[in-house]
Design a protein around this ligand. Structure first.
Ligand SMILES: O=C(CO)COP(=O)(O)O
Ligand SMILES: O=C[C@H](O)COP(=O)(O)O
Ligand SMILES: [Zn+2]
Ligand SMILES: [Zn+2]
Length: 329
């Protein structure tokens, strides 16, 4: 028998108050993806030490990899770690890119506090319909819902889009009111993965589209996906230690800084954590090929990821000190 939970029993929070405070105080909440315990630790340690609220993000693929039955306990572990270190940061456990209602129900029943319904690959009317169904189910349990309008270029859940389909500002008000979503992901030129622009491209976001969206739904929490910076230092470390990642280009920090000042309440980062983690492991293996104690290679990987996320909270999110900081030993 599978034990089922409401997220509140696990000490988790939904995103409602997080986003309200973030928009009032002018910062964005970091939403970092994880696939294993060490990445989860890197995220919660970084955020607890910075006093930053955090959204622990799990894709369907990550949930399959970890096992849905185990995921909520990693969320609970993150909360109990933060509290033990004296931090009161709220922690949300969020389903990233929920593909359908069945997955969303399953995650909510297992203890997720927030979900995304990604209807962006359907036509507008179907997107509204599926998103509304997800909201109706989630709100019964006080779980918050993120919807999406516009399509990011690149690969998303094995679906490849050739071109950016920027969000149409004239649709957002209607979408938000018809569906009842709590936040809205929009497409302004970001994309998933490590290859967001081609060499020679001008890596610019459509901040004008963001500004137009904001005018239509003032103060409503906006979400940006595909926002990794793809730091050259990690790509270099990977390539110097036996890896092969070519032409990796991310979103420049100054472009994102422009976005966080606005109503952007949540920014998604996955690729940067993957790169930092991989760089850490590769370096240990390259320098010490006889190493086989997982603590010796996962430990440095975790530390690189954690330190990078602390930097990123200061440089981009602006969420440092929003809550009580953990005591660092
Ligand atoms: O949007 C994301 C997760 O939903 C992650 O984007 P990146 O691939 O840029 O990290
Ligand atoms: O947006 C996608 C996230 O980066 C997760 O990707 P994934 O489906 O490979 O886990
Ligand atoms: Zn999408
Ligand atoms: Zn995404």
């Amino acid at each position: 028998m599978t034990r089922k939970f409401n997220y509140k029993e696990l000490g988790l929070s939904n995103t409602r108050e997080m986003f309200k405070k973030a928009n009032e105080e002018g910062y964005a909440v970091p939403a970092f993806n994880f696939n294993n315990m060490e990445q989860m630790q890197a995220i919660v340690e970084a955020c607890a030490e910075m006093g930053s609220p955090v959204i622990l993000q799990v894709s369907k693929g990550a949930s399959n990899y970890i096992g849905l039955e185990m995921v909520p306990f990693l969320g609970e572990a993150a909360v109990s770690y933060a509290r033990a270190k004296g931090s009161d940061i709220p922690v949300a456990l969020h389903l990233d890119h929920g593909p359908d209602l069945a997955t969303i129900k399953d995650c909510i029943d297992h203890g997720f506090s927030s979900v995304m319904i990604d209807g962006s690959h359907y036509d507008y009317e179907d997107n509204v319909k599926y998103t509304k169904e997800a909201v109706e189910y989630a709100h019964k349990f006080d779980v918050t819902v993120e919807g999406e309008l516009g399509v990011l270029a690149g690969i998303e859940d094995d679906v490849e889009a050739e071109e950016h389909v920027y969000t149409k500002p004239e649709e957002v008000e209607d979408f938000v009111s018809k569906t009842g979503v709590d936040s809205l992901a929009i497409a302004i030129g970001t994309s998933h993965g490590a290859h967001k622009f081609k060499p020679g491209d001008d890596p610019k976001l459509r901040l004008d589209v963001l500004a137009d969206v904001e005018k239509k739904i003032p103060g409503f929490p906006i979400v940006l996906h595909g926002s990794s910076a793809v730091p050259a230092k990690f790509v270099k470390m990977i390539n110097e230690n036996g890896g092969k990642i070519a032409d990796a280009i991310g979103i420049p920090n100054d472009q994102l800084r422009g976005a966080t000042k606005s109503a952007v309440a949540k920014i998604n980062v996955d690729t940067d954590g993957r790169l930092a983690f991989t760089a850490g492991i590769r370096k240990v293996f390259a320098e010490n090929p006889s190493e086989f104690d997982p603590r010796k290679y996962l430990g440095p990987a975790k530390k690189l990821m954690k330190d990078y996320y602390k930097e990123k909270i200061q440089d981009i999110f602006g969420s440092e000190g929003a809550y009580k900081k953990a005591e660092v030993r």
